[in-house]
Design a protein around this ligand. Sequence first.
Ligand SMILES: [Zn+2]
Length: 382
Amino acid sequence: MITRRTFTAGLGAGALAGMPGALQASEYRGPNVVLVRFGGGVRRFETIDEAGTYAPYLRNHLAKRGVLIPDVRIEQLDGVDTSHAEGTLNILTGRYLGYRDVASRFQIDRLEPTEPTLFEYLREAFDIPAHQVLLINGEDRPQEEFFTFGMNPHYGITYRSEMLSLHRFKLHKYARQLEEGGLTDEARDAIVEAQSELLAADHREFAPEQSPAVQGFWDGWRRDYGDDGFRNARGDRLLTALATRALAELRPRLMMVNYQDPDYVHWGNPSHYTRAISIIDEGLERLVAAADADPFYRGNTVFVITPDCGRDANPLMDVPFQHHFNSRAAHETWALISGPGIVTDRVFDRVVDQSAIAPTVAAIMGFRAHRSENRAIDAVFA
Ligand SMILES: [Zn+2]
């Protein structure tokens, strides 16, 4: 039996009131930022190379609206693994190794941020509710369900983001089904069991409940897609569906979309990888179109698109496209930044370190990621 202490939003804020910054938070006036992890590890050739790209919208259209940085690198440091959770936390904290591995403690595959994330910096600086700082997550990466706040004592749960994922939807659905009642004993037992399985994945001492706004979001999702899970999109198309719906209904100021499906290439089929890149590219086109069509986001939203890590470029390997062997290509990524205040139709030809992404997002939004190891990329600002 797992004992859990649930930390509601109200209690969390009350208990931690008086923390530095808590009283100075001011109204946020934009711009909004959509941070897209072009994830699952991608090589430059299939994404930003004009000849090789499977992301024509990104390379041929969106790049003209902003600045393309073709040479972002993950530093070669001891202990840095070029992988998905690691790269994502480098992007979110502006540091390397700003996390600890809790796997040995819980026998699971999981990293926990030990440094403040962009979500926490933003909510510490501005008066923005948790549901307007969103992380959109895929369904088969439960180890990334816990990036919404770090363990840094000055930040943490008070300034967390909300998360939208099928994991969160199922937690909501089971709670609602139990509330609604009218179940046979058998059905009830099955729901309770499925619910405890999901809850058991979260080993944190304090598990924030989903805020009322997010619960309302899931109620609407459930009305549209039902309880069976067969009617909603899957994979990275689901992330696009969640993200576009969130823009319309929750009005996030900062939203990170953690695409991931190019990673299916670990199973060895390159067409899964290139098709997944195209699906992310379609998602990007839909996200940008949604922002362009909405007066709340139009002309007031910056897109920051960057991979978590690269992939091996060695065609002689038995299984190409891997990323755990510390090859040069696994350290090579890129970034595309576009929106108000950002230079347009330019390629920035200098080397940029992955740890510069977080301070750049911070500069766009008007706060400082002061624990970052790096500085904002000044050249992107018009
Ligand atoms: Zn992988």
